[in-house]
Design a protein around this ligand. Structure first.
Ligand code: ADP
Ligand code: MG
Length: 581
């Protein structure tokens, strides 16, 4: 409840809508005049007249009373129509999305037929056939809103039905209907609730619209639309008669929409906490005091000092990374090890200010790469840095590659991004095949035309490495590049990285949760735990003489052939089994 009401606009919506609903519900016990009692002596009195708080209409009826009773009617019709449309539409959408095949075809073609008619004209046609009246207006607006629910629910149901847990239920022989209502339905419910909250507002407008045209509420019954129509006749001389129901409709619809927005934020946690604004192009960096890089690291390519990164707003948020310092010369390889969640990836992303912001912020420290002060660099400087001077290789190669663009094209794009868009096609192609050849992809010409799914995981990782190398970066950041691969492929990718480092004289930041892997590629290592560097130094020395308890456990967890399970499983399982992400 607190979360729901945190947004002030939601509170405003609740107050507006809740107040009107309360009035409408209390209509029978409020001391109101009879809404239909005409009194021709007191026609068109202004608001505030004796005994008539909001004045009277063309037949001398009390506007306040009619407004309250009319709102009651409008709300009841709109709510009933919403419920009917939501029920029928969601059922159609659920069945179409879940059963697919011919059920989907038949149901959705039916929906398409309804959709083929303009919305209001269809409602008018339905009322014309059924005859004017509130009940018929209700049926009409319910029917025309069914497709809206059916379509949005079907989309979500399709996605949910393809999820592994639904397939597991199917294979496991769970009755289909049970899977539908116990498995799929709860996941679709938020979509239905959000759709209902927006539809209710439309429904009020549509009911009012039909009544305004004389097709909904029939005299003498009041509803907001028919009151509006009455007021229109005397709009110029007695504007209050039409304005009051108009304002009432406005407040109702605004209230409902604000509540709908609040509901959406509440039901979809991804929209929370600054997600209203998309992350910026660079991590926001606020430096309390200008920290100059360490003098002793003057000639290093990468210099990071006292880096601190915080997620979320507020003083209470713990930094995800703090006091991280390291430096790296050309040709050197720094290994960063630590269990998953220890801040390795966040540190690596921060090097090119790639941590999403919001929620991430660099709150202290300094980063210098190849002479560029990264934390105070402009967006343009950063663009020149990313890809051109700092290349990234990530854990899952499939995430780095576009699924429906041939590999050659993607590599060409990477080559062109920094090498000037006007490079000749043949020249670019030569470079692309050269890159693929360099990372050991057989038959590069043919590989260029293939799509990522036609390669194995290891090959995709090679292509991702080729892409990172496209602009001959000086620094290569590899974030668990082999974690998603099996051990033999891992070995070959590691060899590839080592060879590339030798040939290009690259500085490399190699991240892994596995000290055994880091031992093979890195010269220096920092061990991270809970966002802090707990140990750093030369790999051989750290391995030979670990100072920190956590490093000792990491070393003990490197499996050795011939060692019994007691020796090789020395770590509390968090780091090894999850395979850091
Ligand atoms: P790893 O060492 O496994 O790569 P990460 O660097 O990805 O770990 O994450 C370090 C910590 O940063 C996590 O424990 C998490 O608390 C925090 N973190 C990472 N991304 C976010 C995010 N988008 N929002 C909030 N916290 C995050
Ligand atoms: Mg990670």
């Amino acid at each position: 409840m607190k979360k729901f009401l945190r947004n002030p606009l939601t509170v405003v919506g609740c107050v507006l809508f809740g107040g009107i609903v309360l009035l409408a519900l209390l209509a029978p016990i409020l001391p109101l005049a009879d809404p239909n009692e005409t009194n021709l002596r007191d026609r068109l009195l202004a608001p505030g007249s004796d005994g008539f708080l909001l004045g009277t209409d063309t037949l001398g009826r009390d506007i306040l009373s009619r407004l309250v009773w009319g709102t009651r009617v409008s709300l009841a019709v709109a709510a009933a129509a919403t419920l009917i449309a939501a029920f029928v539409g969601s059922l159609i959408g659920l069945c179409a999305g879940f059963f697919r095949g011919w059920v989907d075809t038949v149901l959705m073609r039916g929906i398409d037929m309804v959709l083929a008619f303009p919305y209001l004209i269809l409602a008018l046609a339905i009322v014309a056939v059924l005859g004017p009246g509130l009940l018929n207006a209700l049926i009409a607006i319910a029917v025309v809103n069914i497709p809206f629910f059916a379509r949005s629910v079907r989309g979500t149901a399709l996605t949910v039905s393809a999820m592994p847990f639904v397939e597991a239920a199917r294979i496991g022989g769970q009755p289909r209907l049970r899977t539908l209502f116990a498995g799929v339905f709860p996941n679709v419910l938020p979509v239905i609730v959000i759709a209902m909250s927006t539809t209710l507002g439309w429904m009020i407008l549509e009911t009012a619209g039909l009544s305004f045209l004389g097709l909904g509420a029939q005299p003498p019954q009041a509803d907001l639309g028919s009151m509006l129509a009455d007021g229109r006749k005397v709009m110029l001389v007695h504007p209050h008669v039409g304005l009051l129901p108009g304002v009432c409709i406005l407040i109702l619809v605004i209230g409902i929409n604000l509540i709908g927005d609040g509901l959406r934020d509440w039901l979809d946690p991804r929209l929370e906490g600054g997600a209203h604004s998309a992350p910026g192009a660079a991590t926001s960096a606020t430096r309390a005091a200008d920290i100059e890089p360490d003098e002793t690291t003057g000639d290093a390519l990468v210099r990071v000092r006292d880096l601190e990164i915080v997620f979320g707003e507020g003083e209470a948020s713990e930094p995800a990374v703090h006091d991280v310092s390291f430096s790296l010369k050309a040709g050197e390889c720094l290994g960063i090890v630590g269990e998953s969640g220890s801040g390795k990836s966040v540190t690596a992303m921060a090097l090119a200010r790639l941590v999403a912001s919001p929620p991430g912020r660099i709150t202290a420290g300094s980063i210098h790469i190849d002479g560029i002060d990264v934390l105070s660099a402009s967006e343009e400087t950063l663009r020149g840095l990313r890809g051109a001077r700092v290349g990234y290789v990530f854990q899952n190669p499939f995430d780095s590659l576009h699924p429906v663009i041939p590999v050659g094209k993607q590599l060409a794009e990477a080559v062109r991004a920094h090498g000037g868009a006007d490079r000749k096609a043949a020249e670019v192609r030569k470079r692309v095949t050269g890159l693929l050849d360099q990372v050991g992809i057989p038959d590069p010409e043919k590989a260029c035309r293939a799509y990522p799914h036609q390669f194995s995981g290891g090959q995709c990782q090679r292509i991702a490495i080729a892409m990172a190398l496209a602009n001959e970066p000086k620094v290569l950041v590899a974030d668990e590049p082999t974690t998603a691969l099996d051990v033999t492929v891992q070995k070959r990718v590691l060899e590839l990285l080592a060879r590339i480092r030798r040939e290009h004289g690259l500085a490399m930041v190699f991240i892994s949760h596995d000290l055994g892997v880091v031992r093979e590629v890195a010269d220096k290592v920092i061990v991270m735990r809970r966002g802090k560097v707990v140990e750093s130094g030369n790999v051989v020395e750290v391995l030979r003489n670990p100072q920190h308890e956590y490093t000792r456990r990491l070393i003990a967890s490197i499996p050795r052939l011939g060692a019994g399970p007691e020796q090789s499983l020395g770590l509390d399982d968090s780091g090894k089994t999850e395979g850091g992400t």
